[in-house]
Write a protein that binds this ligand. Structure first.
Ligand code: SF4
Ligand code: SF4
Length: 381
C-alpha cells in the first residue's frame, strides 16, 4: 500500500475519506479530504485536509501538512489519515490492483510469505474495509481483491464483505486470495450459497500436489489435502477457481508433475498461475533457502507451462521479467506487480519490451540482476 508522509496538525483520531482536489459543495464535504496547496477558508467543512504547504490556522483542525509527492494522489482516491502524519492510500482510482485487506492472521506459516502473519485484532481492518465500500457505493470500479493474511479467518464478516463487493459492484471483477483450507469444511463453503458467482473468482495457493512438500512450504501439516478439498468444494458450489503456485527452491524441480496433476485432478479450474517470489518478509529472511535463479528453474517452468498450453489449460506466469522467461512461454507472462511496488532497473530503460514486462518488486531484498538482458527489438508474443 502506498503511504505518503507529512506532519499532523494535532492529535486527532485516524479517519478515512475520499480525496478531492476540485472541491465539493459545502454539504457534501463531510466524507471528503481536501487536497490543497493552501489551507485557507476553502478547507471548511471537510473531514480532513492534506497540503504540501504549511500548517493551517483555525479553518481545519484535522490536517496533514508539509506532504511531499501529493501529485501521487488523485480525485476519488480513498485515504486514511492518522495523527503521526501518515496518509495510507487504501483505494487508488487509477489502479486495477486495489485490495481490501481483512486480517493479518493466517492459518499457514509459509516459508516465502511476503507479509508474515500477525495475531492482531482484525476489527480495525474490517471496519476499514467497510468504510471503503461505503465510499465506493454507487461508483463504477473495475476490480477489487479481498486479501490478508487469510481473509476467510474473519468468518461471517468475510461472507458479508464478499457479498457486498459482488452485489454492489456487478461491473467489477472480484478476486479472493486464499489458501482455501477453510473451504474444506462443507458447512463453511455453504455460506457462499447466497453470493452471486458471475463476477467473482477464488485464487487459491497450492505449491505442490505432494503433501509433504506443500506442507513443508506452508509450515502446517495437513494443509495440502485441506487446500485441495477446499478447491473441490468451491467448484462444487459453482465458483471459478484459479490455482497459484509460487516457484521456490523447494518445488521448482517438480513443476511438470504439478502441471500433470492439475490436468488430471483440477481440469475444471478457470486459470493456473506460476509465480516468481517476492523476497520480502519471511521470504527475505529465508532467501538463501528458497531463492532460485531463472536459469535453474527456467527449463522446468517452460515444460510445465507448455504441457498446460498443449492441453488447452489457461495458464499465466506472474512476477517473472520477460528476459528471464524461456522464449516459448513469454506470451503468457503478465504485468502482475502492483504499481506502487513496481520498479525497473537502469538497463530496462533501453529495453524494447519494457511496456510489456512486469519488472521487479521494489520490496524484494535482492534481484537477479545478472540475468537482465534488454531486448533490442520487439518480440513476437
Ligand atoms: S503466504 Fe498467504 S497463506 Fe502463506 S502465510 Fe502468508 S498469508 Fe498465509
Ligand atoms: S530488460 Fe528489464 S524491461 Fe526488459 S525484459 Fe528485462 S527486466 Fe523487463
Amino acid at each position: 500500500m502506498r503511504v505518503l508522509k507529512g506532519l499532523a496538525s494535532r492529535n486527532f483520531s485516524p479517519f478515512i475519506g475520499e480525496i478531492t482536489r476540485k472541491g465539493r459543495t459545502f454539504y457534501s464535504r463531510k466524507s471528503s479530504v481536501l487536497l490543497t496547496d493552501d489551507m485557507g477558508l476553502s478547507a471548511l467543512g471537510y473531514r480532513g485536509c492534506i497540503t504540501s504547504g504549511s500548517k493551517g490556522k483555525f479553518y481545519h483542525p484535522d490536517h496533514i501538512y508539509n506532504v511531499e509527492n501529493t501529485d501521487l494522489l488523485n480525485e476519488g482516491d480513498i485515504v486514511r489519515l492518522d495523527n503521526v502524519g501518515n496518509i495510507e492510500v487504501l483505494w487508488e482510482c487509477n489502479s486495477h490492483q486495489n485490495c481490501l485487506f481483512l486480517t493479518e492472521r493466517c492459518n499457514c506459516r509459509c516459508v516465502m510469505c511476503p507479509q508474515p502473519p500477525q495475531n492482531s485484532d482484525s476489527s480495525v481492518f474490517l471496519n476499514q474495509a467497510e468504510e471503503v465500500l461505503n465510499l465506493l457505493k454507487g461508483k463504477q470500479i473495475s476490480d477489487c481483491c479481498l486479501t490478508g493474511g487469510e481473509p476467510t479467518l474473519v468468518g461471517d464478516k468475510f461472507f458479508v464483505l464478499l457479498r457486498r463487493c459482488v452485489v454492489e459492484h456487478p461491473e467489477a471483477f472480484i478476486t479472493v486470495l486464499s489458501n482455501g483450507k477453510l473451504f474444506s469444511e462443507h458447512s463453511f463453503t455453504r455460506k457462499l450459497s447466497n453470493i452471486p458467482r458471475e463476477n467473482c473468482i477464488f485464487c487459491i495457493s497450492l505449491h505442490s500436489e505432494i503433501d509433504m512438500l506443500h506442507d513443508a512450504i506452508v509450515g502446517v501439516h495437513g494443509s495440502c489435502s485441506a487446500t485441495q478439498q477446499g478447491i473441490y468444494n468451491l467448484a462444487s458450489f459453482g465458483f471459478p477457481v484459479e490455482i497459484r503456485i509460487v516457484i521456490s527452491r523447494y518445488n521448482y524441480r517438480y513443476l511438470v508433475q504439478f502441471a500433470e496433476h492439475m490436468y488430471n485432478y483440477f481440469p475444471f479450474c478457470a486459470h493456473f498461475v506460476f509465480m516468481g517470489l517476492e523476497l520480502h518478509g519471511c521470504a527475505a529472511v529465508h532467501s538463501e533457502e528458497i531463492d532460485v535463479d531463472p536459469l535453474e528453474y527456467g527449463p522446468y517452468l517452460r515444460d510445465a507451462v507448455l504441457l498446460m498450453i498443449r492441453r488447452g489449460m489457461p495458464v499465466s506466469v506472474y512476477n517473472i521479467p520477460l528476459c528471464m522467461c524461456p522464449s516459448d512461454i513469454r506470451h503468457v507472462a503478465s504485468q502482475s506487480i502492483s504499481s506502487w511496488k513496481n520498479i525497473w532497473m537502469e538497463e530496462c530503460n533501453r529495453c524494447m519490451e519494457k511496456d510489456n514486462c512486469c519488472g521487479f518488486f521494489s520490496t524484494s531484498v535482492s534481484i537477479h540482476k545478472n540475468f537482465i538482458k534488454p531486448f533490442t527489438e520487439r518480440i513476437e508474443r
